[in-house]
Design a protein around this ligand. Structure first.
Ligand code: HEM
Length: 408
């Protein structure tokens, strides 16, 4: 006989508390003592077990992503941010999402990510020329310029646009914090990003680069959207979404990697010498730490492992801590880049199912190139002050990582 959700004695995860964001693992273990895969939070239920996440997140027919509730709480209906949030790629109704995905997914291949590596190296080298001589920096701030500059270069945006794009990304990153006082700043950021995308598209339509053999991602997207029947509005939103989706996520993983490296100087030194090894370091870092927890509403009632999940229940999937699940990984808190990877036990930080991250190969390549060059130019990094944590639901990660190092 299947059990009802409300009859289960589930642990309540206090994940809005700063202490939870600083160290969520003991609380997750406390939840596991009550139930093997399910806990509660203020807004709904939490699926925290690695295997349950894998089993459920691929069942797209039983769930729908929905941002209506967030827009409601923020009082943002009809505002630029409210519109963007409800219409962004991840929130699209099935048919539109399917069209977007089938139009663009073929472009975001591992091969394409490899073609972008020279741009990534050039971007990181430029950043290092400016930042490495300083010897004492906030690594999070340094890391924040990298994804935004790479994305800008990918679509041929001018370098001067980067600082204001970055400011807008910082604002957008707090959009899921459910704090309505942030709405004016969020609207301003969306309007800025819309203008930027509109101008870039108009300019490129007037002067396509592909004809000169210098086509970039923007040319690919324009061509694919014309062929696939994607509207101008959707294309503008997609450009914004590429920046937003790749910003805090990549920045927070990169920052966490430096935090890890300072505790593993021998691994860091090897990253400077051994480019291929950096690939393993990135994968193992993504297992240990991930910024994303995602959520869905159940679209129908169904039973999973003897529990009835009623229709319209909000379920959170803690991708961000799933790599430390002791029921899936041996010595889960240990950082071991040489750990053999079992295909049934890959980290799931990029999600699963039909919304799985389109930028995952780009993100991996970017982190590999980034850590290799940083390790070559910032020798012997040491912590140089206290660090803080960003809120756990939303885009989690270290907030401010002061470090000292010896420039090479
Ligand atoms: C380490 C960096 C990154 C992480 C951890 C990450 C994580 C994720 C996750 C978990 C999802 C799925 C969310 C869900 O199912 O609700 C997602 C979706 C997505 N990501 Fe990423 N991401 C990263 C970098 C990037 C980059 C660099 C780009 C773009 C160049 C990107 C573009 C996208 C897009 C377009 C989607 C939506 C796909 C869809 O709805 O079909 N991501 N990402």
């Amino acid at each position: 006989m299947a059990q009802k959700l409300e009859d289960l004695d589930l642990y309540h995860l206090p994940w809005h508390e700063p202490s939870f964001a600083a160290d969520p693992y003991p609380q997750i273990e406390a939840a596991r003592e009550r139930h093997p895969w399910l806990a509660k939070c203020e807004a709904g239920y939490v699926i925290f077990e690695y295997q349950a996440i894998r089993d459920l997140l691929v069942q797209d027919d039983k769930f729908r992503p929905s941002f209506d509730g967030v827009v409601e709480i923020m009082g943002a209906r009809g505002t630029p941010w409210g519109r963007f949030t409800e219409e962004q790629m991840i929130a699209m109704p099935d048919r539109e999402h399917g069209l977007m995905r089938s139009t663009f997914a073929a472009k975001f291949t591992p091969r394409y990510a490899n073609q972008l590596r020279p741009i990534m190296r050039e971007t990181m080298e430029r950043l290092l020329r400016e930042w490495a001589p300083r010897e004492h920096i906030d690594f999070e701030e340094f890391a924040s310029y990298y994804p935004v500059a790479v994305t800008a270069q990918m679509i041929g945006a001018p370098l001067e646009a980067i600082p204001s794009l970055r400011r807008s990304m910082e604002t957008m990153g707090l959009g899921m914090s459910m704090d309505p006082t942030r709405l004016p700043a969020l609207n301003e950021a969306v309007v800025h990003l819309e203008r930027f995308s509109e101008d870039l598209i108009a300019e490129r339509r007037a002067r396509p680069r592909a004809e000169e053999g210098k086509g970039d991602l923007l040319d690919l997207l324009l061509e694919a959207s014309d062929e696939g029947g994607i509207s101008h509005r959707q294309l503008v939103d997609l450009l914004i979404f590429l920046f937003v989706a790749g910003y805090d996520t990549s920045k927070n993983v990169f920052t966490y990697m430096m935090h890890l490296m300072m505790r593993h100087p021998e691994i860091y030194r090897r990253c400077a010498e051994d480019y291929e090894y950096c690939r393993k370091v990135v994968e193992e870092s993504l297992r240990l730490f991930n910024p994303s927890s995602t959520f869905r509403f159940t679209d129908q009632e169904f039973v999973y492992r003897d529990v009835v999940l009623p229709k319209d229940t909000m379920m959170f999937f803690t991708l961000n801590v799933s790599g430390r699940d002791p029921t899936a990984f041996e010595t889960p808190h240990e950082f071991d880049p040489e750990r053999p990877i079992d295909p049934q036990r890959r980290q799931v930080g990029f999600g699963m199912g039909k919304h799985m991250c389109l930028g995952q190969y780009i993100a991996r390549a970017q982190l590999q190139e980034g850590i290799h060059l940083v390790a070559r130019h910032m020798r012997d990094p040491r912590p140089a002050g206290a660090l803080d944590w960003r809120p756990f639901p939303g885009v989690w990660g270290i907030k401010g990582l002061p470090i000292e190092f010896t420039p090479a």
